[in-house]
Write a new protein. Structure first.
Ligand code: NAD
Length: 492
């Protein structure tokens, strides 16, 4: 299986190669097979990309928002027309089952281009401020060259969630995907240009943790939007602070999902499973601390076990497969080591707990980076598996007795990305989410992030928001103009 792109980078409207850059091997997680060989960006490539973006941005910003929006909406149409091809590429890049990528990855990227392409004509309006005989007005103006740095769990979605609002607002973008998933963003760049995007406005360069800082420290970059882990976020925010760049940080989490005894049990279990096993657990907003009210604990666990053991693990390209491999060998080892910690700490293993032995991937090698969907019960707040982000299909179930107690325990974490509550009592639902410290919260559902709603974290999970009109604020700034209507009266 091969997915070799034309070249490693897409700059100024075309594919560009520079073989001096370190080799990045793209492995298909289901088999470990090398499917593409690319090169990390050299400093010369970075200069080329940022110079192209800088050159192209003023004319783009000068276009009418409707004209900019029309191109983004066309890109959304092309993405939908090519959904299967893009979904297969996303599956090769990440190992996520085609059953998921076909409904969740390119389609959510397309939603983003469609939404921002549509709202932009009205989304960048300023205000008029009466000041007696004088007045002032504000304008929303683009920032200039924006850098996007992606994680590996939703490569195409992240490339679009950053690209769409940035471009809609009149900026240019240089995007660096994760070194684990270098392929999808190049296709997004291709499609944008096919849709009519002028060259230089959306550039993709490859690289890893050594490449990222070259972008973040570049003096011609106005903003950096990172999706990644908290330690990376701290480094990128510190580097960006050196030159006072705008930053958006979409970081990790250890989110609470609270199930009260009056909840619809099957929905709560379904929510908890989606919020732990979708994308093989590699979702930042996952509700990995599932607090279950003691009275329904046994019932909850027995149905959860039953449903979890029916999950179909296997070849991601098979439409029946519900759970694919982890993205990489290293990530699989990290998850397995957390599972070992959970066992050693005395949590009760309900199901899973290792590598599935019946998986043979589509080349029959059996080399994929698979982990069983795993549920631990009797997890206590002090256990490592309840405190640290695992980023794999490992659910921790904790017991609780009353509302005040569970709110305090849910909030006792440095993270604040998401939270969820399942209850039949709607006033309790609202009362509880009101007190939970998180940026994105759900009542009686979990992990739904349509483009219409703001998405992002609080506390150590980050700041800034993606999606919705809120994202436009993070890709633009206000310009205020005071207009004097009379003579200037100076005291001297
Ligand atoms: P990571 O932090 O290792 O890497 C993220 C990106 O940052 C990669 O492209 C990497 O090359 C780059 N990078 C690493 N060091 C850098 C540096 N010093 N300067 C600039 N760039 C640097 O994260 P990952 O392992 O790719 O992804 C998993 C993490 O991402 C998890 O913690 C997950 O919760 C988080 N995540 C958050 C969201 C969100 O929206 N909040 C979404 C998806 C993933």
């Amino acid at each position: 299986m091969k997915a070799q792109p034309i070249a490693s980078h897409f700059i100024d409207g075309e594919y560009v190669e520079d073989e001096d850059g370190a080799v990045i091997e793209s492995l298909y997680p289901a088999t470990g097979e090398v499917i593409a060989r690319l090169h990390a960006a050299t400093p010369a490539i970075i200069e080329k990309a940022i110079a192209a973006a800088k050159r192209a941005q003023p004319a783009w910003a000068a276009m009418s928002p409707t004209a900019r929006g029309r191109i983004l909406k066309r890109a959304a149409e092309i993405m939908r027309e090519r959904n299967r091809e893009l979904s297969e590429l996303e599956t090769l890049d990440t190992g996520k089952p085609i059953q998921e990528t076909i409904v969740a990855d390119p389609t959510s990227g397309a939603d983003s281009f469609e939404f921002f392409g549509g709202v932009i004509a009205a989304g960048m309006n300023g205000s008029y401020i009466p000041l007696g005989s004088d007045f002032a007005y504000t304008k929303r103006v683009p920032l200039g060259v924006c850098v996007g740095i992606g994680a590996w769990n939703y490569p195409q979605q992240i490339a679009c969630w950053k690209g769409a609002p940035a471009l809609a607002a009149g900026n240019a973008m240089v995007f660096k995907p994760s070194e684990n998933t270098p392929l999808g963003a190049l296709k997004i760049a291709e499609i944008l240009h096919e849709a009519g995007l002028p060259k230089g406005l959306y550039n993709v360069i490859q690289g890893d943790r050594n490449t990222g800082p070259l972008l973040v420290n570049h003096p011609d970059v106005a903003k950096v939007s990172l999706t990644g882990s908290v330690p990376t976020g701290r480094k990128v925010a510190a580097a960006a602070a050196g030159s006072l760049k705008h930053v958006t940080m979409e970081l990790g989490g250890k989110s609470p999902l609270i199930v009260f005894e009056d909840a619809d049990l099957e929905s709560a279990i379904g929510g908890a499973m989606l919020g732990n096993f979708y994308s093989t657990g590699q979702v930042c907003s996952n509700g990995t601390r599932v607090f279950v009210q003691r009275k329904i604990k046994d019932q909850f666990l027995s149905r959860l076990k039953e449903r979890t053991e029916k999950i179909i693990i296997g070849d991601p390209m098979d439409e029946a497969t519900q759970l694919g491999p982890m993205v990489s060998f290293d990530q699989r080892q990290k998850v397995l080591s957390y599972i070992d910690k959970g066992k050693a700490e005395g949590a009760t293993l309900i199901t899973g707990g290792g590598i599935p032995n019946h998986v043979t991937s589509n080349n029959g090698s059996g080399e994929g980076y698979y982990v069983q969907p795993t549920v631990f019960a009797d997890v206590t707040d002090d256990m490592v598996i309840a405190r640290e982000e695992i980023f794999g299909p490992v659910m921790c179930v904790l017991d609780f007795d009353d509302e005040a107690e569970v709110i305090a325990r849910a909030n006792a974490t440095e993270f604040g990305l998401s939270a969820g509550v399942f209850t039949a009592d709607l006033s309790r639902g609202h009362r509880v989410v009101d007190q939970l410290e998180a940026g994105t919260l759900w009542i009686n559902t979990y992990n739904l992030c349509p483009v219409e709603i703001p998405f992002g974290g609080s506390k150590q999970s980050g700041f800034g928001r993606e999606n919705s009109l809120a994202a436009l604020e993070h890709y633009s700034e206000l310009k205020t103009v005071y207009v004097g209507m009379g003579k200037v009266e100076a005291p001297y």
